[in-house]
Design a protein. Structure first.
Length: 145
């Protein structure tokens, strides 16, 4: 009897995942900013926190909270992205976005998100973290990634 491999995981914030053990990761392409060549590939097994790291945050101090996905190379600070701005979540194979009480807010297709509330993501959705624009492409499980 063949067994299924465990899901691919990424570091989380120490909170135990509530995702069932055999849920496949949600695969996304993120077009960051207005530059088409800035495309990130992302697999979300349970939760990935997105934000920025400042130059002063580069130490290994346990007191400094760091995002799983660092948007600093895209001038995140200049765009008003918080250190821990938002999170992508995988809930039963369905992607969601949650604003983590960011200073400058998160918008989904132009609408402001309430902090700590989950919003379902769909293919082609446009996110704004502060003023940093991200277009989300959902990659179906049977498509080459």
């Amino acid at each position: 009897m063949a067994t299924e491999p465990p899901p691919i995981t990424v570091p989380n914030d120490g909170v135990e995942s509530h995702t069932p053990p055999f849920v496949l990761p949600v695969r996304m392409l993120l077009q960051v900013g207005n530059q088409r060549q800035s495309v990130l590939r992302l697999e979300v097994a349970s939760k990935i926190v997105i934000g920025r790291i400042d130059n002063m945050d580069t130490g290994d101090s346990p007191d400094v909270l760091k995002p799983d996905l660092n948007l600093s190379p895209y001038k995140a600070r200049d765009h008003g992205v918080s250190r821990l701005h938002a999170a992508f979540e995988n809930r039963g194979g369905v992607p969601y976005i949650v604003d983590l009480k960011s200073t400058s807010g998160t918008r989904l297709n132009g609408l402001s998100l309430a902090p700590s509330e989950s919003y379902r993501l769909r293919d082609g959705d446009e996110l704004e973290l502060g003023s940093l624009r991200i277009v989300v492409k959902i990659v179906p499980g049977n498509t080459k990634f």
